[in-house]
Design a protein around this ligand. Structure first.
Ligand SMILES: [Fe+2]
Length: 256
């Protein structure tokens, strides 16, 4: 869980990424968009289930900021290893990272994730949130891109491709872009791969932070492992064979 101060600081980092990396007049359009939905986005979780990542108030912005930082770091690694950095700009990299999960916000009227009303699911499954049935289905990338265009925020072809495929091959729908056999059908820029790596890295770190301490504290030390000793294996086999009546079957299993 984040404190009110952390949520506020994360929001400031989020807005300063726009100020710093996005050029005018798109910068102003994007800031206007995020100011309009500030109250909703600032408090959003990154996922509706605890099993995923950052499923707590403010988790979305915390995740997006991490993806922005990881994207910048990943792109340096790609550059050092010889990727063609002329195929995308720094603005495209940061714009894609800032908006990659925007579709999670829901639509103009309704939020996607609302507090769970089913007590059983909340207690037993740890679902603090549930999907809002008032929001018609769309994939996260499709909805995010729709929200941007419907608020007059334009995006480049590279940004469209990166946002659309940010889940990599975890989303089968991306196969058409990422599993292409013909060279001319492969992405002409490494941007989608850099964003995917950054998102994967951020989500994994958030998973570790949430779950590894729980596993450490809840697993009782085992005195014995469950591998059968040679003697135990033999007595189990003898016991099983003694229960077989057919001689043929007994001979068959005895050879195993
Ligand atoms: Fe993400």
């Amino acid at each position: 869980m984040l404190t009110a101060e952390q949520i506020q600081n994360n929001w400031e980092e989020f807005c300063s990424n726009i100020q710093l990396h996005i050029s005018s007049p798109r910068k102003e359009k994007l800031l206007e968009f995020y100011e309009k939905y500030a109250d909703r986005i600032m408090m959003m979780p990154a996922a509706h289930k605890k099993e995923y990542h950052n499923s707590f108030p403010g988790g979305y912005v915390e995740h997006v900021n991490r993806v922005v930082r990881c994207s910048i770091k990943q792109s340096k690694l790609w550059e050092e290893e010889g990727a063609d950095m002329s195929t995308f700009t720094n603005e495209e990299l940061v714009f894609s990272a800032i908006n990659h999960d925007l579709g999670k916000m829901g639509n103009e009227e309704h939020e996607s994730y609302i507090p769970q009303t089913d007590k059983w699911r909340k207690d037993k499954l740890g679902e603090d949130y549930m999907f809002n049935k008032q929001v018609p289905f769309a994939s996260v990338p499709d909805r995010g891109l729709f929200m941007l265009q419907s608020h007059g925020v334009q995006y480049t072809f590279n940004e469209m491709l990166a946002i659309q495929t940010h889940d990599g091959l975890y989303d089968e729908a991306n196969s058409k872009y990422l599993k292409a056999f013909m060279p001319e059908q492969k992405p002409r820029t490494s941007l989608p791969f850099i964003l995917h790596q950054a998102d994967l890295m951020a989500a994994r770190i958030e998973f570790e932070r949430e779950w590894l301490p729980k596993f450490k504290n809840s697993v009782p030390p085992t005195e014995k492992n469950f591998t059968l000793t040679k003697e135990a294996k033999k007595s189990t086999k003898d016991k099983a064979l003694s229960q077989l009546e057919s001689k043929g079957l007994k001979d068959l299993f005895d050879k195993l």
